[in-house]
Design a protein around this ligand. Sequence first.
Ligand code: BGC
Length: 764
Amino acid sequence: MNKFRTIVWACMIAVMPISAAIPEMKTDKERMDSFITALIGKMTLEEKLGQMNLPPSDDIVTGEPQSSNIGAAIVSGKVGGTFNVKGAEKVLALQKLAVEKSRLGIPLIIGMDVIHGYETIFPIPLALSCSWNMEAIEKSARIAATEASAAGVNWTFSPMVDISREPRWGRMAEGAGEDPYLGSEVARAMVKGYQGKNLSANNEIMACVKHFALYGAPEAGRDYNTVDMSRLRMFNEYFAPYRAAIDAGAGSVMTSFNIVDGIPATANKWLITDVLRNTWNFGGFVVTDYESIKEMTTHGLGDRMHSAALALKAGTDMDMAANAFVSTLKSALEAGMVTEIEIDTAVRRILEAKYKLGLFDDPYKYNDVRREKTSIYTEENRREARKIATETFVLLKNEGNLLPLSKQGKIALVGPLANTAANMPGTWSVAADFSKYKTLLQGLRDAVGDKAEVLYAKGCNLTADAAEEAGATMFGRAMRDSRCEEELLSEAMAVVKDADIIVAAMGEASESSGESSSRANLELPDVQKRFLQAMLATGKPVVMLNFSGRPTVMSWESENIPAILNVWFGGSEAPDAIADVLFGDVNPSGKLSTTMPRNMGQIPIYYNHLMTGRPKSKGHNGFQKYRSNYLDSPNSPLYPFGYGLSYTTFEYGELMLDSTELNTDGTISASIKVKNTGGREGTEIVQFYIRDMVASIARPVKELKHFERISIKPGESKVVTFKITIDALKFYNSSLEYVAEPGQFQVMAGPDSERLSVKEFILQ
Ligand code: BGC
């Protein structure tokens, strides 16, 4: 038995009869069970409730600030863990209080929002999903885990797998976009990356899948707002990524703030116990989101004690930041509102997580201060982050092959995002150290060296409204220029006059998206549009880089600006990565994981919608009376799901099937040839979709079922094959049974969700 577990054992054995000491057990599970049973047997009710309590640290604030006096609470056994403390030494000090000063010496679980990297920041999750590169995404999570664990963190509040078709909602930035299949692939990759093989190594940390469930569908796109949807929609369109993360072994789940079927997720027994635990066999622990139990009172579910009791009975184990379990469950128990068994069950799940993390073997395994010094923000990690970032950018338009730029002459870099290091990483970069990162201006200058000159002027602020800009540039990211619009513009005009080309860094700032960053208007702010107009009026070629944490409504830009590269928020290495793509050292390959609307009125717009009874006639462009369309807008998006250009061109052949009949245990091979018809090597993301033509419920017009990322040399062709089995045809029917129904199907393949070659087959 390991030294530290021996210490906990020694404490326990001191207060228990020798006869209760553990006999040699056979399996790991049995060993864990008996260790925890014995430990629970020693705990007072107060200590049990302490394990279920997760107060915030006051180091990094991610919710309503609280002054927690956490040290004293830890010593008295009232804390099971804490979160968002930066630095191995700070964590070590807290861990020592728990292990060496509390009665039973139970170690703390230490959480952090390591959402897309620790100090080496990767692109925001929405951007990562546009790489469609699962290996790279897994690697990003692995590196994040390696860095975070070196700084004392053993639990990350990631992956966030909420499907969203709601770009007004700022938290779309934190997820993998609109598609359940792509979202599930990403969820799996991230869990694998964080948790590694089995959580036993000191660089493997526990994942926390969030926000369970449906947080991505708030009414009107306003954060924390009401969610209401049918169970069919939950199961067929929103649940898959949570399930995929659970199947990949995620150790914990975070409930969402919203209601599900009228009941706050945190107290929703159907959701947490029936679906998550009993149907999906989730065996880990469930933590609330920040103060969720307190918010149940605001939702109208009753006072704190009542809410806490409901949450526990629903299957929630740990209370983040509401101080509700620790302060009310004793009275609730006395009042008969909850049982000791329910409390013990929750405590057991939390202790199991600590056991699996190896904290009872060595509570200080994540607190190696030397490792912290050598394994964070390393050259190697930065190289990976830069490479992955280049794969997330989506080339939306490239008229006359304006891009890539050559490293010569005078390049004018302008725009509000051009010279701000702190706004490169994007939202939820809680451990970022902005002082280490470059600005885009530095990135471009480093890339061209003395071959070209990069001129700079800011040109305009983010928005005309200073208060709005302050909200979007919080947490040390302020960048507002106090000069007036005319002054900024005239400075820029003087600079660009000498330039051969203009690169405009436009869009959102870091906190324009993320939590509590809903926006009612997703167009570029007027001040940015006026500036772009002035740049176009110079007659010089203009390249627009769009920084964003969500789809931007860019109809005007897409009509008027010759080249647009959507760069999202590319992480700490974004400036170098953008330079790599702008100058053609890397050929862009990203494809949209979210539909880009033409205007606000189209929202929600997503590719895998249902058929209406009155669709528009195929190929009809104008308005059609008594059809499902708008008087003043086309139905089609500006850029569809799956779309993205390259510096080379790809030509798709016809989709070929090796059979048009599928048996329930058979396979059809659907193959398509892709040829690189351009002048340089490129990576193409080949997509396959399926449509169920006749079923017992209305089915989507298409659903992504397979994709492959392939690299093709100029003139070369590759054949990509999707092996269709019955699994790709299954869905939840009206009785919520997961079935494939015999009949006619379409399979489609192509470069995005619109340009598709179609074939039909029959499921026998
Ligand atoms: C967010 C979670 C986050 C938590 C802890 C909440 O406000 O909704 O996503 O993990 O804070 O920082």
